[in-house]
Each structure stands twice: as structure tokens, then as C-alpha cells.
Design a protein around this ligand. Sequence first.
Ligand SMILES: [Ca+2]
Ligand SMILES: [Ca+2]
Length: 202
Amino acid sequence: MLRCLTKTWPSSFCVRPSLEIQSDASSLVNNKLHVLNRTMNRLFQACLFVTAAIAAVSADCSPGYIQREGGNCYKLWYLHGEWWIYADKVCTSEGAWLVTIRNEQDSVWVNNFFLDNRRHHCGDLYWIGGNDMTQEGVWRWVQDGSLVGYTNWQPHQPDNGQWGGEHALEVNGSNRKWNDNRISDTYQQCFICEKKPIGSAC
Ligand SMILES: [Ca+2]
Ligand SMILES: [Ca+2]
């Protein structure tokens, strides 16, 4: 508010109390800080977006592979199905392995990856890297030979089949449930290879 010596003085002879001037200056600074803060937030969000976009194109993965956030790289083979035993060889030839599922989070992520990327002819079933080829009923991952811990079997599975010989793990993408099936001679299905990011030491 302006304060004048007399009511008849022109306003140019009026002055503002110093506290009001300081208050105005403070408001100006606050406004500028607010604008700066808002700009910084936008830059930060833009940075996050760019980072996510970079992750989405999987710069750290081999061509054709997509990186799970902070994790390994995955590729769905959907152009033609293979017997499990040949799917295993295809992945190995790329320095990868038939995908490993060690917990519920892996199960959900891998299944969503399959559903998002499959082609029509894949149907609902896909191969993963579990098998009991070396010892009936003892399931291991091809990645490192470790025992299969987490499981998500369909009811009454694994059954090794009516005539035996079911040693390969398949997943039904419609419900994420597992079944043991034959490694060759019968079913040719889409499958998922998994590998470490480029330059990963472990
Ligand atoms: Ca078996
Ligand atoms: Ca079975």
C-alpha cells in the first residue's frame, strides 16, 4: 500500500513501506522459484521418459531381444514352432537358454511377454527350460542345471504321459499352468530364449 505525506500529494510523492517492498521482492523470488521448480520437474519427468524409452528399445540386448526392466533379455521365437529339444538347441546357439522361471514374478512377466508378442499360430502353449531328462521326476533348468523350485503345475501334472517319456516343460499362456510333455516327435511350439545383457559379467 502507498503511504503519502498528505492526501493532496500526487502519488509520485508517495512511498511504499520497506516491509511491503521486501514482501513484493519475496513474492517475485517465490514465483521464480516456483517456475524453476516446475521446469526442473518437467525436465526430470522427461529424463525418466527418455530412460524408459531407451530401456524399451533394449540397447543392452542382442538384436531381437527385449530387456526386462533391470534384468535379462528375452526373445520369443514365433515364426515356427520347434520340438522342445530343438528349441533348446536354438537358444544355446545364440548364447542363450530356454527361459527359466524361478518365482511368481518371473511367471507373470514371462507369460505377459509371451501373450504380448506371440503370433496366431503359437496358440496358447510355449516351451520353457525345465526338464527331467537326466532323472525321471527330478526337474532342472537348462540354464544352469539347478533344481526347479517354484512350480505352477496344472492339476494331475506332471504325469510323465500315458506311455511315459514326457520330460519337457510347457506353459499354457491362458492360465500360466505347467505341463510335462514330450521333448520331440509330437509337439512343435513357440518358445522363449533368455540371455544376459550385452557386457554383463554374471
Ligand atoms: Ca518325465
Ligand atoms: Ca503331462
